[in-house]
Write a protein that binds this ligand. Structure first.
Ligand SMILES: [Mn+2]
Length: 351
């Protein structure tokens, strides 16, 4: 694999980290690899890659698990077409595993189902770690990298572990989606891994994943989002109401963010007594801090990257969701400095 490494020129810190991770996994028989709740392609691919590395290092029974469910049509297609075995966290007994790893997430972020009392053996992530949550285990957290799939690709290459075509396809798709096709939060390493994997993927399967069949709910929601979308100067906002999967919130944020007149797009939706929200920006790199501030001021949790971030805010079943959404809108407008701006319909009928 030496040629593959030199082609990518992985930095020296990969070799030290690979050794550290190998020692951490080495004596274990079983490993649980957890993604964040409502997993996206980057964490699914990362978990698949880490599971593959566990098997390569003789930890024979890695299990990938996740909280919530897989909602977005592309993500369901990814799991189906690449035959990725994943177990809902509700069916997992953590005591059955020698090792527990988190990918694309960090304890204390509020987006994993693992109870905080359960000890974790390793974390590989590219989100900034909360400063008040140090953990005593293997960690590799590089916030300058655009996707955890990039880090996992580095581990696989550095350790000399072969990458089968379905895994290459998953990792490529993970990098592709988290970086918005190399549009946002991209490092040199992301681009190198993206190019490296491109030669090794199943392009037909990738095309099926990118263009999945969609259920009618998607189109209903698209209509609702279009109707409710407003703008405050260059800040766009749409509320989806109740959604059958929180994934729609990120999906609609991405779609509406491509509208040429806006810099920011915020999308919210209600799912199981929680407000889920996503924030996107084009040229400003404070989406992550804005998501964190917004969630914290309403008792929730949030964060993310410079131009793509998300969060969620819990409310009790007795509280009316429209009251909480009203509060959410007020705090959001203050945060984006548009409290005194009158909303305009973002997509009006042709004038
Ligand atoms: Mn990610």
């Amino acid at each position: 694999m030496a040629t593959e490494q030199s082609e990518l020129s992985l930095t020296d810190d990969f070799s030290a980290k690979v050794e550290e991770l190998r020692k951490c996994i080495g004596p274990a028989q079983s490993a649980l690899i957890l993604t964040h709740d409502y997993p996206d392609p980057d964490c699914i691919a990362s978990a698949l890659g880490l599971a593959h590395l566990c098997s390569f290092w003789n930890c024979s029974a890695p299990v990938i698990s996740f909280g919530g469910f897989i909602g977005r049509a592309e993500n369901r297609a990814m799991v189906r077409f690449l035959n990725i075995a994943m177990v809902p966290f509700a069916l997992i007994d953590v005591k059955e595993f020698d090792r527990i790893f988190l990918v694309d997430s960090y304890p204390g972020k509020g987006n994993i189902s693992l109870p905080s009392s359960v000890a974790i053996n390793g974390v590989i992530d590219h989100h900034p770690a909360p400063p008040d949550h140090p953990i005593d285990c293997f960690t590799d957290i590089r916030k300058e990298v655009g996707a955890t799939s990039t880090l996992i690709t580095g581990y696989l290459l550095e350790s000399g572990c072969p990458i089968p075509q379905p895994l290459a396809t998953a990792l490529f798709y993970g990098i592709k989606t988290d970086t918005g096709d190399m549009r946002r939060d991209v490092s040199r390493l992301d681009l190198a891994c993206y190019k490296h994997l491109f030669e090794r993927i199943d392009h037909k399967l990738l095309a099926l994943i990118i263009n999945p069949d969609r259920d009618i709910e998607y189109f209903r929601l698209l209509h609702r989002a279009t109707e409710s979308a407003v703008s405050y100067n260059n800040v766009g906002y749409t509320h989806l109401g109740n959604v059958s999967t929180p994934d729609y919130v990120a999906e609609m944020a991405d779609l509406f963010h491509s509208l040429e007149s806006i810099e920011w797009m915020i999308c919210s939706g209600i799912f199981k007594n929680q407000i889920f929200f996503s924030i996107r920006s084009k040229n400003v790199y404070t989406s992550g801090t804005k998501a964190e501030q917004l969630a914290q001021s309403l008792g929730g949790s949030g964060g993310g990257h410079g131009r793509a971030a998300a969060g969620r805010i819990q409310f009790s079943s007795e509280e009316a969701s429209n009251k909480r959404i009203g509060e959410f809108e007020i705090v959001t407008r203050k945060l984006f400095d548009v409290a005194s701006i009158k909303p305009k319909k973002l997509i009006s009928k042709q004038e």
